[in-house]
Design a binder for this molecule. Sequence first.
Ligand SMILES: Cc1cc2nc3c(=O)[nH]c(=O)nc-3n(C[C@H](O)[C@H](O)[C@H](O)COP(=O)(O)OP(=O)(O)OC[C@H]3O[C@@H](n4cnc5c(N)ncnc54)[C@H](O)[C@@H]3O)c2cc1C
Length: 450
Amino acid sequence: MTHVAIVGAGPAGLFAALELAQGGLEVTVLDMGKPVAERDRGDGFDLLHGMGGSGTYSDGKINFHPQVGGDLMEFMSPNQAWALMDHIEALFERYDVAVMTTDDQETLDLEKQAAKAGVRFLPIRQAHIGSDHLTAMMERFYEDLLDLGVQFRFRVRATDVVAEDGQVHGVTLEDDELIAADAVLLAPGRIGSEWVRRVLQQHGLSVVYNPVDIGVRVEVPAIVMADVIAVSYDPKFYIRAPTYDDMVRTFCVSPHGFVVKETYAEEGVVGVNGHALKDRNSNNTNFALLTSINLTEPVESTTAYGVSIARLATTIGGGRPTLQSLGDLRRHRRSTWSRLSKSPGDVVPTLEDATPGDISMALPHRIVTDLLEALDILARIIPGLDADRTLLYAPELKRYANKPKTDRHLQTELAGLFVAGDGAGVARGIGGAAATGEIAARGILAMARA
Ligand SMILES: Cc1cc2nc3c(=O)[nH]c(=O)nc-3n(C[C@H](O)[C@H](O)[C@H](O)COP(=O)(O)OP(=O)(O)OC[C@H]3O[C@@H](n4cnc5c(N)ncnc54)[C@H](O)[C@@H]3O)c2cc1C
């Protein structure tokens, strides 16, 4: 029987495992983290590693759109891409994940209002599981995969793939153990993107760099965003910032949510993210405001560039994210705790483990300019967003680099070596990661049946 080794128990690896096991293949999932019941969300390592990957303690906001969280149309026709996303949605429905209903007229009105402000608003079918419900869902998913015969090996770190004569033969682990396999799927998430790049380079496989998204997490009183969120739970706005003609977008809106610290220990970098809980609310709403950076020769590694910016921001924040009010940023002065809490109307930060400071010392001028312009433009649709009290946390870094050259099944130039999810730069969220896991699994099944 064809044996498939999957590196990474995140959504990409797990949805691939489901499809492969249902297709009758023998599947082993390898992950350096722990089973879901043993993960501790307060532990920096557990936050991103283990059963469910970084999805387990994410917000669980899922976008069922083939061009959000990756672009499935790179690998298939638009009709096929929409059908795949419908299939992923149906799989989530098995775990009681339901798409939120929206009012068509209100959606159209928001689209029009955005268009008049020169902004693109993208309506999307969305579901919200909530961080506090994800662990239970992951437990059920885990049990179902075990029932299908999927083998899990936790607390093991994959170090390399083994190949001979242009064909993959397995994966090696930290202690040199060889996991022999006829096909290998690399799905190690964003945290594993540098590892993917190294493995591909060692095997002489080509890599295409994706843009890196850098910006801030914006936090405002929830009431400021309430009207827009009533129309779309995670509204996606695309704004062209005039000075540099850069595209800025909103991402991962967390209504009544919390800003959280994200640690990339291996790189010595601290950033921010955000999530909303189903059973606990804050008075604030936060979202990422990101600008995309594409580099050309001679500096093509957007990841290295993004990490170097995040490292600078980490230094200026004294090992913590930097927090500044929009008013202070505009006045070219650093924020301090006393400036941040002067009047009763001020926004109380949901992330206290941050250093009040000056974001213009943490991020390049071009990015700061893009973000300030985008906030001004967005405020035409969301009045109050550009108020002095609006809080900004830096850095918010989204890396999608290290995209291997693949065929449409996500098979690399090395026969039998497939990739999926955020770590391979083909996804940027749970929905996209799951969908690319499914694409790779279908490719492996086709290979096994050939
Ligand atoms: C705080 C937070 C909030 C988020 N909120 C949302 C949201 O609301 N909606 C959304 O769509 N997305 C959200 N995301 C992103 C989402 O979690 C990811 O896009 C998604 O989980 C990516 O799936 P993946 O399978 O590619 O990788 P991951 O989920 O990152 O899983 C990768 C797994 O691979 C393992 N691994 C890595 N390298 C190795 C190795 N060498 N050997 C063995 N194992 C390895 C890791 O331990 C990890 O468990 C959020 C992320 C975070 C951190």
